[in-house]
Design a protein around this ligand. Structure first.
Ligand code: NI
Length: 262
């Protein structure tokens, strides 16, 4: 199984990074994809990747909650990283719009989101979208691009099948499913089987959003099987089948379909 969205370079994992990766491997996790947050997280992410080069891949991008009036410094750092070592990164992420915490900088968020989509298209890399309380706004931004050129994942997807249908028209998109799928009040998950499993990716968003029975604790990649079990129950298949299909999906989206031994 692959954890397609995990911030395990976060300082929450500094005390036990080795043990955490070992636990993940013992739980059957073969790879972890690291989304960037902003200029302040690039070094920590690159250090973590250097420590576990085979177990991890990296994305580069600016998270919408890191965008304020003076976003130019963030954009400069992003551009510098892209021009120096674009080939180190398998995707542009996480990028998007977040109106949950603060709506003040919506225009700035949109500008930076669309700029990064442009870069992703130029580099032919998939995008990892963070969308919180901003579905219509994200759709409006994506509509400005050619669907044939858009590839990516809606990370932490908790929307309806109707929303997924709308997204499917905008590009080649997958849906990242994590801990919230296991929550008691998660209505979206009962309808998830209307989305084909060939569009689903597993993720944790660690250290956040731990699945049941770890709520209130730190999340980590070793907990992905709890999400896979939930999906197996919903789709009426085995965890093995969920693993097989979602791993195939990761290879298709992020690794050009080729076998990377995971
Ligand atoms: Ni994230």
């Amino acid at each position: 199984m692959i954890d397609t969205h995990t911030h395990i370079y976060d300082e929450a994992f500094l005390p036990d990074a080795e043990a955490m990766v070992l636990r993940a491997k013992e739980a059957g996790i073969t790879h972890a994809i690291l989304p960037n947050v902003d200029a302040s997280t690039v070094d920590a992410m690159r250090c973590f990747h250097a420590q576990f080069p085979d177990f991890t891949s990296m994305m580069i991008g600016i998270h919408p909650t890191s965008i304020q009036a003076d976003y130019q410094a963030e954009l400069d750092a992003f551009n510098a990283e892209i021009s120096l070592r674009a080939s180190d990164y398998i995707a542009i992420g996480e990028i998007g719009l977040d109106l949950y915490w603060d709506k003040t900088y919506l225009q700035e968020q949109k500008k930076v989101f669309e700029y990064q989509i442009d870069v992703a298209i130029q580099l032919q890399k998939p995008i990892c979208i963070h969308c919180r309380d901003a579905f219509n706004e994200v759709v409006d931004s994506l509509k400005k691009f050619n669907p044939a050129q858009l590839n990516g994942v809606f990370h932490c997807f908790t929307g309806t099948p109707q929303m997924a249908e709308q997204i499917a028209k905008l590009g080649n998109f997958y849906y990242g499913i994590g801990g919230p799928a296991t929550y008691k009040n998660a209505k979206f998950i009962d309808q998830i089987l209307h989305i084909p499993l060939s569009r689903i990716l597993l993720e944790t968003d660690a250290p956040y959003l731990p699945p049941v029975p770890f709520r209130g604790k730190r999340n980590e990649p070793a907990y992905v099987p709890y999400v896979a079990q939930k999906l197996a129950d919903i789709y009426g298949i085995t965890v093995f089948e969920v693993d097989e299909q979602t791993t195939k999906n990761v290879k298709t989206l992020f690794f050009g379909g080729c076998n990377n031994n995971f």
